[in-house]
Write a protein that binds this ligand. Structure first.
Ligand code: KIV
Length: 282
């Protein structure tokens, strides 16, 4: 069987390993074959390695690192240097997943030359594809990036870097005109050269329509089941963040597990039962 026939997101336990390295063409193949692929954010070595071992196809070093790791309350605070640091950490730690990194707020809105300069630095840090937020307004940036040989993932719907102009975290594209605009933006990103498009906080039927209209894969977050792939912030997926938005399913209870382990450690230290003789040197 050819590698492409295994494609991505082979259910765990089937014994089918999938491609040795996930490439953009595998995501395209997945769309054409109607086989959804999985994407999670990742920011550090051990979580990235756990996601690779679980068979996650795409790791997104999201600018959400600012709100999930660095303690900011908006991704607008995440810097380009943050993105370089965390992209490098993930890229050095895994082999199989496709690695996508975000262009930070303020590094591409100023024009195509800035987008390419910062995109090149992210690729040098280990990214294999660059994600940036916005519709028609960033078409010149996407054209410049793809002409420079940098693959692009677009991001439409709720775009967190625009949280202030969008007046908070709100579902986008609810009325007919806004839905039409989203579909037009998606086509514009594709025509500009984007190889995939994230759709965030978009009504399920609007995301389904866009997924039908564009030939590149869509990746949904709060965009219903019809997208070609799905993405979640890993701390939401694993029950670490405590965020219970409607679109989130916690597949674990990591925060409670960690708290239990830390409390047991504290108890054993205060009772002098840890470290025991087996943890001590003669
Ligand atoms: O930065 C991020 O985590 C993202 C996802 C929400 C898609 O852009």
């Amino acid at each position: 069987m050819r590698l492409q026939e295994h494609i991505v997101s082979t259910p765990s336990g089937t014994g089918s390993a999938g491609p040795a390295k996930v490439r953009i063409r595998h995501l395209q193949d997945a769309k054409e074959r109607g086989r959804p692929f999985s994407m999670l954010t990742a920011y550090d070595q051990f979580s990235a390695q756990a996601f690779e071992a679980a068979g996650i196809d795409v790791l997104l070093v999201g600018d959400s690192v600012g709100t999930t790791v660095l303690g900011h309350d908006s991704t607008t605070a995440t810097t380009h240097q943050d993105m370089l640091t965390f992209t490098g950490a993930v890229a050095r730690s895994v082999h199989r997943p496709l690695i996508v990194a975000d262009l930070a707020f303020g590094t591409y809105e100023t024009g195509p030359a800035d987008a390419v300069r910062h995109g090149v630095e992210l690729i040098r840090a280990g990214a294999e594809m660059i994600k940036l937020e916005g519709g028609h307004a960033i078409v010149p940036q996407i054209q410049a990036l793809t002409q420079a040989g940098i693959p692009v993932m677009g991001h439409l719907g709720f775009t967190p870097q625009s949280v202030n102009s969008l007046s908070g975290h709100r579902v986008q594209g609810r009325d007919a005109a806004a839905a039409d605009q989203l579909a037009e933006d998606a086509v514009a990103l594709q025509e500009a050269g984007a190889s995939a498009i994230v759709l965030e906080l978009v009504p399920a039927q609007v995301a389904a329509r866009i997924t039908e209209v564009v030939h590149v894969p869509t990746v949904g977050i709060g965009a219903g089941p019809s997208c070609d792939g799905q993405v979640l912030v890993w701390q939401d997926m694993a029950g670490m963040s405590g965020f219970h938005g409607k679109f989130v399913k916690a597949f674990g209870d990591l925060r409670a597990d960690l708290q239990r382990a830390a409390a047991q450690y504290r108890d054993e230290v205060t009772e002098r039962s840890y470290p025991g003789p087996e943890h001590s040197f003669d």
